[in-house]
Structure formats: structure tokens, C-alpha cells
Design a protein around this ligand. Sequence first.
Ligand code: AMP
Length: 358
Amino acid sequence: MIIRPGGVIGILGGGQLGRMTAMAAARLGYHCHVFCPEADGPAAEVARAATAAAYEDEAALDRFAGRVDVVTLEFENVPRETVARLATKVPVRPSAEVLGVTQDRLAEKRFLRAAGIPVADFHPVAGAADIAAALERCGGRCIVKTRRFGYDGKGQVAVGPDIAPEDAWRSLAGAPAIAERVVDFALEISVLTARGPDGWSASYEPAANRHEGGILRVSTVPAPIGRALAAEAVALAERIAAALDLVGLLAVEMFVTRDGGLLVNELAPRPHNSAHWTLDAAETSQFEQHVRAVCGLPLGRTVRFADATMINLIGEEVREAARYLEEPATRLHLYGKEEVRPGRKMGHVTRLSPLSSG
Ligand code: AMP
């Protein structure tokens, strides 16, 4: 089903990814209705309508479904039941089935392995004994991550000779988890791919990502990898999107191993921080592409016309943001968040330089 300009896009989640999607939607003549538990978030501020209600509020969900033509999301931890309920009344892109895979790290890794996608060794964890067993199988070190609700490095603990499995298990508050082999990676990259209801896809080239304290700090394009590896990364992302039968956007985070191989780390079925550079340096931004994909419009070209470095403004850094306005070829994006908190993503800047490679 195609939703034409003038239609109403419902967005689940009210953060900066929803804000930038709503801004792109408005430029194409769509209206957005944001649904999230918080009033006055970054997305609601730029949308035509907003509902502040719990994701479990069935009456509010039914009213929302009656007022929109399609629903998408900017936050992948929306309860699956919420999406399934909406889907009985209105197209929801991506689907509840996709969320079922990507909300659970164990389901995600199993799905990827079954689809023949390379991933680091992993083991399910339901107690300290599983961590001890995983340590043995992973060479004495592993990373234990909660299966659900982890983001920006939260819900993760590195386990090695100096940390007892019992302490690691306690630090995760007994939440079901997954233990992964520690990857000695040369680089972290991500690919954002868009897929429409007709199965056509369009992908951006990989960005190279640097994290600090589990939070994305800098993304750079072009990534310092060869063309062959970049093409391989894009092909993997498109295979995953097709295997999920995804409609919308899929971000695929990967490790480039020291021997030049790729291992997929994580999926996110939504716009992604590491593709913010597309706002200023690509023919179509990821947010416009999101709108095009979920509305069934032709996908835009993903060609890049400048080299770009995207830097997140985290916490207090936002107070100095105005200085970027004095820098040439630098674009500042602020999310309008009133409360500054440590580790909170407040905005980003993208520094552009002439194209070094095509
Ligand atoms: P995640 O929440 O899975 O994206 O992990 C956050 C960050 O932790 C990643 O971007 C990596 O820098 C690091 N990390 C996660 N899993 C592993 C792993 N298996 N081996 C090495 N580093 C990892």
C-alpha cells in the first residue's frame, strides 16, 4: 500500500530520530503524529499531533491507529504487543515480527546465524554457571549482554579472569543474557539499508564508528576499508533486510576483524546515529529514505557528495555548540532537549570536506 504525500505517518517513540524523520516527512508534504509516553519530547515539538500515553494504553493506541495512514518507529523497544495491536488496524512498518527478532539479542544472533550471516560465537546465559561455561568456551574472556533493553553499552559487562561469573551475573540483576566472544576488531562499521514494500532496497556506504564508554562518538565516511569489503558489508546488510522481510530502515553494526573479515554485531530497524552524516552529505538523507520506504515511494539515491565526520554532542558539550556555527563546512543539529544529562545525546555536528573517493 502506498501512502501519498498529504497522508499521516504515525511515529512510535519521541526522541531525536523521530524528530528528524518528522522534519523530512514535512518537507515531502506528510504530517506526523508522534506516540510516546513522554510529553513534549524532541519529536512532538516538530509534529502535527502528539499523543503522550503508555505503549500499553489500548484505548489511546486505537485512537492513534484511527488517525494515521501508516505507523513506523524510531525506538525499537516499543512492546511487540503494541505493534501487533496497531497492525490489525493500519500498516506498521517495520513489522512486529521484525521487532521480535531485533528486541532480543539472543533471537537476533540465532536469526543471523540461521541466515548464514557471520557473527561472533555466542552462548545463552540464564545464570552464573552459564557465564562460567561461556568463559571456558570463549578463551577466558567474554562480554555478557542482557538480551533486552540494552543500548549505548548499558546492560553489558566484560568478564575475564578478574571478575567472578557470580559478580557479573549479579551486576546484570539476573536478567536473561547472552555471552559473546570478545572480538579483537580493527574497526567498527555500520551499514544503513532501506527496503520498500516491493522488496527493493537502497543502501548507504559503510560508516566507520568510534565509541567511547559504549556511546557512539564519531562516525566517518568514507570508512577506511577497501571497496571490496565495503561492498561485502552492504551485501550482508541487504541480505539481512531481505531475510527479515523488512520494510523501512535497517542499521547493521559490524566488526571488521584484524584479518579483514566481517562479523555482524547488532541490528536496529530504524534510523541510526551512525547515518546522520546523510543529512548533509548524501543525495537523500536517511530520514527522507525512512519516509520513502514506509510510504512505499521510490527510494532515493544514496550517493555521497562530500567526505564527512559526524560528532555527537553528548551531555554538557551542548553548551559550547554555538562555536560550531563559526566553522566553515560544518553543520550543527540540536535536538531541542531541555534537560542536559551526562551521556545524553543532545545534538550532533557534521564536518564536511571535499570528496576524496567516489
Ligand atoms: P552493542 O551494545 O552490542 O552495540 O555493544 C556496544 C559496543 O561494545 C560495541 O560497539 C563494541 O565497541 C563493544 N562490543 C560489543 N560486543 C563486543 C564483542 N563481542 N567483542 C568486542 N567488543 C564488543
